[in-house]
Write a protein that binds this ligand. Structure first.
Ligand SMILES: Nc1ncnc2c1ncn2[C@@H]1O[C@H](COP(=O)(O)OP(=O)(O)OP(=O)(O)O)[C@@H](O)[C@H]1O
Ligand SMILES: [Mg+2]
Length: 508
């Protein structure tokens, strides 16, 4: 007891001395003391330390080296560590293990003993929270003896990074990313993309389109993936652009899924309206991994980047009203609600072009850009010129070849007596592939393939009749318009003639 009393008193006096010294000497003095103390300790320390930060301050995004080390250690040493972190992949139910905080493991490599420590530094905060902070700084620290420096730096590190990359590739699932709205990044710019596993079942086998066109696209994709050296030789970034255009329900989104599954690439679904400005667009770009498909759906609906981007949105709405024949009062309300230029996103055409062609676009490589639109004529030519969008693919209304793919997939039919009738009707009507697919899907197990085809024929006939009646109506409208114009012309001639006669009479 006596010992503790005197020990406590000594600590108390020491603290008093330190506080007094702190008050009399400037911060600089203490920084210098610290530095020399560090050097002194370092001089006698037989170990060297290398730190691999998860988010190195001098570079954008998550460190690839950190991810590779995590995979390497998680796979090879999960049996040795006492505390582990588990990352369970919901759909595939696979479990990826990684070292827990402050867990240390060691390994002997070609006679050299190395130590790995996973460290986490927490931000200084006055608020106590039990939730994982987004500002935590995680790192792996590698320690080894000075004498092994060459072996570790030259050989061991490349062994770890190489093996880690291989493990990551083996256990990798395709992912579907979507960008988080710029406002929600807060101070954490690591959260630009959110992702889920990509499980879309569409493939080129299930994609209904002309087989010749399909093969052409598949060949183009294969050529692209093999052409790394070629792109390097001609001095072009290794990327390719596809523009998919056509009416709704003709398979544009399905085609993107088929491409992703064919190449086993991740899909980055870029929602441009959620990107604040060009700077954010560039930051987002840098985060995209290589071997990725960057998709911008309905590009014509993105503010500021369509062909007539300099016009005010309200002018555009005036045109739309005329086209859609909306009643004046309904239109006025819609215009008041959203017609003014609320600039949610300030991404401009030049920002987008820079995103695709600029210096940053080449970082990573092996990227495919896909734009989709229902109105190709509305898009600025600069955006879709050849070289930027290398391939323009029209997804048009369902043709007989596309129908045959659907019949095989949905009803397991290669041929049927009703096919001929369907072929004739398809050549006379404009129906989306989605509508045809809908009719081919049996509503219950009792519905036979024959009944499905009958249903499709009925639907096609209905579409044909509607098209004919609208065609008639349009013709009548045209005739009426023509006669109106003729009448107006007649009136105008008559008016001029009258004026001239009156002038002549008054002159006399
Ligand atoms: N070419 C096709 N091959 C196979 N299925 C198709 C095809 N086109 C449409 N479908 C079916 O119709 C549904 C809608 O198709 P999808 O979303 O790909 O059309 P889209 O062209 O992207 O339409 P939108 O322009 O409205 O986005 C799909 O889920 C699919 O079942
Ligand atoms: Mg779509």
């Amino acid at each position: 007891m006596k010992f503790f009393d005197s020990f406590g008193a000594q600590i108390g006096s020491l603290l008093l001395i330190v506080t007094t010294l702190e008050r009399f000497f400037p911060d600089q003095f203490w920084a210098t003391i610290n530095r020399y103390l560090g050097r002194f300790v370092q001089f006698f320390n037989p170990y060297v330390e290398i730190t691999f930060d998860e988010f190195p301050p001098e570079s954008y995004g998550r460190s690839k080296a950190y991810a590779a080390i995590q995979a390497y250690l998680g796979t090879n040493f999960s049996g040795h560590a006492a505390r582990l972190k588990a990352n369970v992949d919901g759909e595939s139910r696979s479990v990826a293990l990684s070292m827990g905080d402050y867990e240390e493991i060691n390994e002997v490599y070609k006679g050299a003993k190395v130590f790995w420590l996973r460290s986490t530094t927490y931000p200084r905060s006055n608020v106590i929270s039990f939730k994982e902070s987004i500002d935590e700084k995680r790192a792996y620290v590698l320690s080894f003896r000075r004498k092994d420096r060459d072996l570790v730096v030259r050989s061991y590190l490349s062994h770890v990074l190489g093996e880690g990359k291989k493990i990551m590739k083996r256990g990798r699932r395709q992912r579907l990313y979507t960008n988080v709205s710029g406002d929600d990044w807060g101070c954490d710019e690591k959260m630009m993309w959110k992702c889920v596993g990509f499980d879309h079942p569409a493939t080129f086998d299930t994609l209904a389109m002309d087989p010749k066109k399909k093969k052409e696209i598949m060949d183009d994709l294969i050529e692209f993936t093999k052409a790394k050296d070629y792109y390097k030789k001609i001095g072009k970034p290794w990327k390719r652009g596809y523009l998919l255009y056509g009416p709704p329900g003709t398979g544009k989104s399905t085609m993107i899924a088929a491409i992703a599954n064919f190449l086993h690439y991740d899909v980055y679904d870029l929602e441009l309206t959620a990107v604040k400005d060009n700077t954010n667009l560039r930051k987002i770009m840098i985060e995209i991994s290589k071997r990725a498909i960057v998709v911008i759906e309905d590009i014509d609906c993105s503010l500021h980047i369509t062909g007539r981007r300099k016009r005010k949105k309200s002018d555009q709405m005036d045109d739309d009203r005329k086209k859609d024949d909306l009643p004046e009062d309904t239109f006025k309300k819609a215009k008041d609600d959203g017609g003014d230029d609320k600039e949610d996103s300030k991404v401009t055409l030049s920002g987008l072009l820079n995103f695709m062609d600029g210096l940053w676009s080449a970082s990573g490589g092996e990227r495919i850009f896909v734009f989709t639109t229902n109105h190709v004529e509305k898009i600025d030519d600069a955006l879709i010129r050849r070289g930027r969008m290398d391939k323009h693919i029209e997804m048009s209304y369902c043709c007989f070849e596309a129908f045959k793919v659907l019949a095989k997939n949905y009803l397991n039919l290669d041929s049927h007596e009703k096919f001929e009738k369907i072929r004739c009707l398809l050549s006379e009507t404009e129906i989306s592939t989605a509508d045809v697919a809908e009719n081919l899907m049996p509503t219950s197990a009792e519905v036979s393939a024959d009944e499905c085809l009958k249903g499709l024929i009925a639907a096609l006939q209905k579409v044909k009749e509607e098209e004919e009646s609208t065609g008639e109506a349009n013709k009548m409208e045209e005739v009426r318009e023509d006669s109106d114009i003729a009448q107006r012309r007649k009136n105008e001639i008559f008016r001029r003639f009258n004026t001239r006669i009156r002038r002549l009479l008054s002159d006399k």
